[in-house]
Design a protein around this ligand. Structure first.
Ligand SMILES: Cc1cc2nc3c(=O)[nH]c(=O)nc-3n(C[C@H](O)[C@H](O)[C@H](O)COP(=O)(O)O)c2cc1C
Length: 165
């Protein structure tokens, strides 16, 4: 993989996240968990290139987001949908997602991504907030939270971007 600037991404980050999905992987090579995400963003905040990810309280991955400083977003250019389907359906609490999918973890410094990833964003946590319904200005948003499981938003500084081609 070669390092690129986030500004050199050739695909819209909205398409990458919403349509192609990503794996959000938190933790260190000896202790990590991964889950599928299709909500989030890439942008600019506090003078830095950042990502925004949204993690519900019941996700095992959230424990790793809390415990460790870094996380990665791994993109597969529209591939690996079956693997990401599993990582978005089963929990690392009771499933070895790498064993079940064949995804091969690869260290990126202290962080972890996967051998088959095409684009990897290595991020360091900058901030977090829990969404609360009093902030919803459009009444339709509440339908996403029938169980009251409001997302925690993490803002991560993009430290490195790697691209497979
Ligand atoms: C396409 C897709 C997108 C998802 N996006 C998110 C998301 O943005 N935030 C979230 O909290 N869960 C999301 N999920 C659900 C988690 O990936 C899922 O609950 C996963 O099993 C959690 O695994 P864990 O318990 O090992 O962390 C998504 C699932 C799928 C299939």
């Amino acid at each position: 993989m070669r390092e690129i600037s986030v500004k050199d991404l050739q695909t819209s980050p909205v398409k990458m996240i919403a349509d192609d999905w990503a794996l959000l992987t938190a933790g260190i090579p000896s202790d990590f968990n991964t889950m599928t995400v299709s909500w989030g963003g890439v942008g600019e905040l506090w003078g830095r290139d950042v990502v925004f990810v949204f993690v519900r309280p019941q996700r095992y991955t959230r424990e790793f987001m809390e415990k460790y400083d870094r996380f990665t977003l791994s993109f597969f250019d529209g591939g690996c949908k079956a693997e990401m389907g599993l990582c978005g359906r089963k929990s690392g609490r009771d499933t070895d997602k790498c064993a079940e999918t064949g995804l091969v973890p690869v260290p990126f410094g202290d962080a972890v991504s996967f051998e088959s990833a095409k684009t990897v964003l290595v991020c360091k946590k900058l901030a977090k907030w829990d969404l609360t319904p009093d902030g919803f200005l459009d009444s339709s948003i509440a339908a996403n939270y029938a169980a009251g499981d409001y997302h925690r938003m993490y803002v991560g500084a993009i430290e490195h971007v790697y691209r497979a081609d």
